[in-house]
Design a binder for this molecule. Sequence first.
Ligand SMILES: *[C@@H]1O[C@H](CO)[C@@H](O)[C@H](O)[C@H]1NC(C)=O
Ligand SMILES: *[C@@H]1O[C@H](CO)[C@@H](O)[C@H](O)[C@H]1NC(C)=O
Ligand SMILES: *[C@@H]1O[C@H](CO)[C@@H](O)[C@H](O)[C@H]1NC(C)=O
Ligand SMILES: *[C@@H]1O[C@H](CO)[C@@H](O)[C@H](O)[C@H]1NC(C)=O
Ligand SMILES: *[C@@H]1O[C@H](CO)[C@@H](O)[C@H](O)[C@H]1NC(C)=O
Ligand SMILES: *[C@@H]1O[C@H](CO)[C@@H](O)[C@H](O)[C@H]1NC(C)=O
Ligand SMILES: *[C@@H]1O[C@H](CO)[C@@H](O)[C@H](O)[C@H]1NC(C)=O
Ligand SMILES: *[C@@H]1O[C@H](CO)[C@@H](O)[C@H](O)[C@H]1NC(C)=O
Ligand SMILES: *[C@@H]1O[C@H](CO)[C@@H](O)[C@H](O)[C@H]1NC(C)=O
Length: 290
Amino acid sequence: MGFETRLIIISFVMLSCLLNPSTQQQQQQLDDMFEEYALNSLPTRPQTGVLYNASSSLPSNFTGVQLSMVRLRWDSFWRKGANYSGFLMPPRIFAYPFFTRLDIVYSNLGNQSSFYYNVPNHTLVAPVVGFNIYASGNLTKLNLTLFGGPILVEFPVPQHEKAKCVMFYSNGTYEMSNMTTQENMCSVRDQGHFSMVVPQVPSIPIPEKKDRGKLWKWWVFGFAVGVLGLLLVGFIVFVLIRIFRMTSIAKMEKEAEKNEVLGTTNVGQSKMPLATVVRTQPTIENDYVP
Ligand SMILES: *[C@@H]1O[C@H](CO)[C@@H](O)[C@H](O)[C@H]1NC(C)=O
Ligand SMILES: *[C@@H]1O[C@H](CO)[C@@H](O)[C@H](O)[C@H]1NC(C)=O
Ligand SMILES: *[C@@H]1O[C@H](CO)[C@@H](O)[C@H](O)[C@H]1NC(C)=O
Ligand SMILES: *[C@@H]1O[C@H](CO)[C@@H](O)[C@H](O)[C@H]1NC(C)=O
Ligand SMILES: *[C@@H]1O[C@H](CO)[C@@H](O)[C@H](O)[C@H]1NC(C)=O
Ligand SMILES: *[C@@H]1O[C@H](CO)[C@@H](O)[C@H](O)[C@H]1NC(C)=O
Ligand SMILES: *[C@@H]1O[C@H](CO)[C@@H](O)[C@H](O)[C@H]1NC(C)=O
Ligand SMILES: *[C@@H]1O[C@H](CO)[C@@H](O)[C@H](O)[C@H]1NC(C)=O
Ligand SMILES: *[C@@H]1O[C@H](CO)[C@@H](O)[C@H](O)[C@H]1NC(C)=O
């Protein structure tokens, strides 16, 4: 089976049913595999309290995944907690069964996050980061009880509005909570994998879109009707003014006809002035007298 086929199957499984036993098993296998690769990448005499980068020991199909590990003495972890790789663990974390040393394996799934972890109807807005605590050099995962408050997880991405924390605990359940108020952090109660999610926009928002479309159409329709109405009113006003003017001109002309019947005469259909020509004639006659 090819890599792509496997990825497709993995994504399909993740999409169809979240955190069913098989995906949980897969995640558990991933955690154990990370512990193995981290152990293999350690120098022969690893120091306690030093964070070792194990990213390069991962197989090539995990490009983009970051892995690191720190080895601590149990009593130091109990007294001081640990602050590595974006996880602030307070003192008084009880890891059992008891081993003198323990290994904390940190992972950042990078661009492969959503192949392993998903939340229905939500989108991841940060890579899935996680940690698991093992007995030193041994694949036994330890159980944790927190007596000194929660562990704070810081995400290597900018703050995102409306983002919520999501916690994938190793028992296969996931929980969501608000981000902590002061920083871009999530507060968690156990080992596991963590991320930030935002609610997905519903994929079929037909009712709202239809309403908006209708509203938009109504706006256009209303605008068109308004413009047409204005044009019509303008036209009517224009026509009325024309009619008013014509009737008043006709009236004036009638008045004029009444008053100066003698002044004009009908030539065909138009009226021509006649009287004025006649009145100036006498002076010419006077000058002409020899
Ligand atoms: C670990 O090493 C890889 C390359 O091997 C590098 O890309 C990554 O940034 C390193 N991580 C840390 C935390 O230094
Ligand atoms: C990568 O390869 C390892 C074995 O080399 C395999 O166990 C693992 O499932 C592979 N991961 C993916 C994402 O295919
Ligand atoms: C993840 O990113 C790395 C580069 O950082 C790239 O080489 C790799 O192909 C990417 N993997 C996937 C599954 O997108
Ligand atoms: C934890 O480590 C981070 C970065 O390494 C640092 O900024 C922060 O102050 C540390 N917190 C405590 C309580 O030591
Ligand atoms: C996801 O959304 C779909 C449709 O909006 C809904 O039917 C389904 O119940 C939702 N799933 C969960 C787990 O909330
Ligand atoms: C881990 O340690 C326990 C107790 O010492 C031991 O019984 C077990 O075999 C060890 N497991 C491995 C994988 O080394
Ligand atoms: C750790 O916790 C799990 C479930 O919470 C339980 O099944 C397991 O037995 C515990 N291991 C130990 C060593 O107490
Ligand atoms: C799973 O683990 C978390 C964290 O330890 C716990 O709060 C939750 O109750 C557990 N759920 C189940 C079903 O065991
Ligand atoms: C989470 O935040 C929302 C608003 O951002 C608030 O209404 C809600 O009460 C908060 N929930 C908790 C558990 O604090």
